[in-house]
Design a protein around this ligand. Structure first.
Ligand code: SAM
Length: 427
């Protein structure tokens, strides 16, 4: 069937949105399978942008729709309205184009055909009258809103919600020796830290200056902080215990230290190997669960960037919030507990361990490290200096750890949420 590519792309956007809402990694899986994978690259990119825009503002979009609907329509009808509103609210698609595409899509399917007039009336009504006031906090699932309000307070929650509704900039970590000022000019970027640039550019970054030459890699400004806290010197041996896809391994290898990068997923390590190659950096790469690795070596520096709920990455992965269930947090905390003990056993006396997660949940951060320090008396906290490691000053906790929230650095475009603690083995 030959069909307008714009219609196919919007249909794909609905598939992507629902895949993201149904299951963890659903969006990525749906992107790599037909019919989405068989779209032309620009249509696929548009479909993804629409799905991401809908995910970012789902609570607001549903509130706007519900204010005009007498009863909830079938899910397929809601999907068409959600993706149409995402286009007009965020992507600035003209309303006539978004509405007429939604109506055409409704016509294709016997399940949605009877609702064509409703879709048309609701969407045109919103275009005519405006959306009315909306609250970005509605974009968070209720159980996370309740948690975060209690943990961080109302003002921080609002700041996080504002950050969540915006498409984030792209941050680039620079290889040592790169000319930050010259690159910043070409890439229309600002210099956030001596080795981090931030740009609002969009599009395929493989075409950007410096990609092919291995001068930079993509890494959120917050994700670049843990490796800096390790304070690696060229004569150090360093173990990156959950390394793939390797953003932090690249930072560690770029110091000139001898780096071992381990991860349980060989498939994800392939991306790390590709990244090392592109950047012209080297590390020993090992595929193994950290707990089962029988190699007896200990290291001067150990990084544990543990698997986590990833709730702090909602700016880039809004689907992470939908896919996470309350029970996941306890299960992940058990894994982190085991990995922290495995990591501690790898640190030489006098050496340093940095533990981090891109989660906003205390169970995966503060509570984890408090319990670790209780059962590992040979370790103590090395208080962080946020300014020295490119973190917001307000991220510093009374214990000397960093709790980076996505609403911080709002004037600079925000950053991902992270918990980071530097620990030293004293004997
Ligand atoms: C947060 S990601 C790491 C991101 C990486 N440090 C970076 O900067 O690109 C967590 C990683 O832990 C790995 N992982 C999960 N359980 C593990 C285990 N028991 N042993 C080793 N790696 C594990 C996952 O495969 C995943 O790649």
């Amino acid at each position: 069937m030959t069909e307008d590519p714009g219609i196919q792309a919007r249909h794909a956007a609905g598939l992507l949105l629902n895949a993201a809402l149904e299951r963890r990694n659903g969006l990525d899986e749906a992107l790599s399978k037909p019919p989405v994978s068989s779209l032309e690259p620009q249509d696929r990119a548009f479909a993804r942008a629409v799905a991401m825009a809908a995910l970012r503002r789902l609570g607001e979009i549903d509130a706007i729709l519900d204010a005009r609907l007498k009863r909830s329509p079938p899910p397929a009808v809601r999907t068409l309205m959600r993706t149409a509103l995402a286009q007009t609210l965020t992507l600035k698609t003209p309303a006539f184009a978004a509405v007429s595409s939604a109506v055409k899509l409704a016509e294709r399917d016997p399940a949605t055909r009877p609702y064509k007039a409703l879709i048309n009336a609701v969407l045109r009504g919103i275009d005519r009258d405006g959306t009315g006031p909306t609250d970005p906090v509605a974009n968070f699932p209720d159980w996370l809103t309740a948690r975060w309000r209690q943990t961080y307070g109302g003002a921080a929650l609002q700041a996080m919600a504002r950050a969540a509704s915006l498409e984030p900039p792209t941050d680039l970590s620079l290889k040592p020796g790169a000319d930050a000022e010259a690159l910043a000019e070409v890439l229309e970027a600002r210099i956030l830290a001596p080795d981090t640039l931030r740009t609002d550019r969009r599009g395929d970054l493989r075409d950007w200056t410096g990609f092919e030459d291995g001068i930079w890699w993509v890494q959120d400004a917050a994700a670049a902080v843990p490796a800096r806290l390790l304070q690696v010197r060229p004569d150090h041996s360093v173990l990156d215990l959950c390394a793939a896809p390797g953003g932090k391994t690249l930072q560690l290898a770029a110091t000139g230290a001898t780096v071992t990068a381990l991860d349980r997923s060989d498939k994800r390590l392939d991306r790390l190997r590709d990244n090392l190659k592109r950047m012209g950096l080297s590390a020993e790469v090992i595929a193994s669960p950290a707990e089962d690795w029988t190699d007896p070596r200990q290291f001067d520096r150990v990084l544990l960037d543990a698997p986590c709920s990833a709730t702090g990455t909602f700016r880039r992965n809004p689907e992470a919030l939908r896919a996470t269930r309350p029970a996941d947090i306890g299960n992940l905390a058990d894994v982190q507990h085991r990995l922290l003990d495995a990591a501690a056993a790898r640190v030489v006396p006098g050496g340093r361990l940095v533990y981090c997660t891109c989660s906003l949940e205390r169970e995966e951060g503060e509570t984890q490290v408090t319990a670790f320090l209780r059962r590992n008396v040979a370790f103590r906290t090395v208080p962080a200096d946020p300014a020295a490691v490119g973190a917001p000053v307000e991220a510093l906790t009374s214990e000397g750890w960093l709790r980076i929230l996505p609403g911080q650095w709002a004037d600079r475009g925000g950053l991902d949420g992270f918990f980071i603690a530097a620990l030293e083995r004293v004997d």
